[in-house]
Write a protein that binds this ligand. Structure first.
Ligand code: URA
Length: 195
């Protein structure tokens, strides 16, 4: 039987195509109390080989933008809507997204982050439940109900978009900077009540 042990999914075989194409389940990485959670689409070949989200060229772009924003990869949580690599890097189907949604909701519930940043159209539309125009909505913060809780979500382009179109690099970095500032402000404010 599949199950989630804390933040780790074990033995899941809900999606036959993905079970056939994956080498492993790729869980999220980063602290379980991170203020900022980045949600991508699904693991690619590098992520499937290494067992960690965003470790290929898209991951390099994300790491650079985090560094520009004064953050290290270890300061944030990085995860995906779907935890297994789709065949030929196709988009996950709506059924696959739904099959994996409970794991993502449980992860977000446990983290209780200040801000969720969706990387690309697929996670934006999956978490908001509506069409998203990533380029024009990048940087917008919206409320979304995720796992029965109202959560704040910032829409952002996928880091791979900057590889296809270098003019997207600065706007991408700016969105990540805005997300880092927002999470730091909100995290700082909520902690004041502890003293
Ligand atoms: N793209 C994604 O959406 N997720 C990854 O983990 C890597 C690339």
């Amino acid at each position: 039987m599949d199950h989630m042990d804390g933040l780790t999914v074990e033995g899941c075989e809900r999606c036959p195509d993905l079970v056939a194409s994956r080498s492993r389940i790729v869980d999220g990485v980063g602290p379980a109390d991170a203020d900022l959670v980045f949600v991508g689409e699904a693991p690619g070949a590098n992520e499937d080989a290494e067992g960690e989200p965003f470790v290929g060229r898209s991951g390099d772009v994300l790491d650079d933008a985090l560094r520009d924003a004064g953050l290290a990869r270890d300061d944030v949580r990085i995860t995906n809507c779907v935890r297994c690599r789709p065949p030929d890097n196709r988009d996950p189907t709506s059924e696959e997204l739904e099959n994996c949604r409970g794991y993502l909701e449980a992860e977000i519930d446990l983290l209780d982050p200040e801000l969720i940043v969706t990387l690309g159209k697929v996670p934006g539309e999956h978490l908001l439940g509506r069409d998203v125009a990533v380029t024009s909505e990048a940087g917008d913060i919206v409320e979304a109900e995720i796992g029965g809780e109202s959560r704040r979500v910032m829409l952002c382009a996928h880091p791979a978009a900057t590889l296809y179109d270098p003019s997207q690099r600065d706007p991408f970095a700016e969105t990540i900077r805005a997300a880092a500032e927002y999470a730091a402000d909100e995290g700082g404010q909520s902690r004041l009540g502890e003293f």
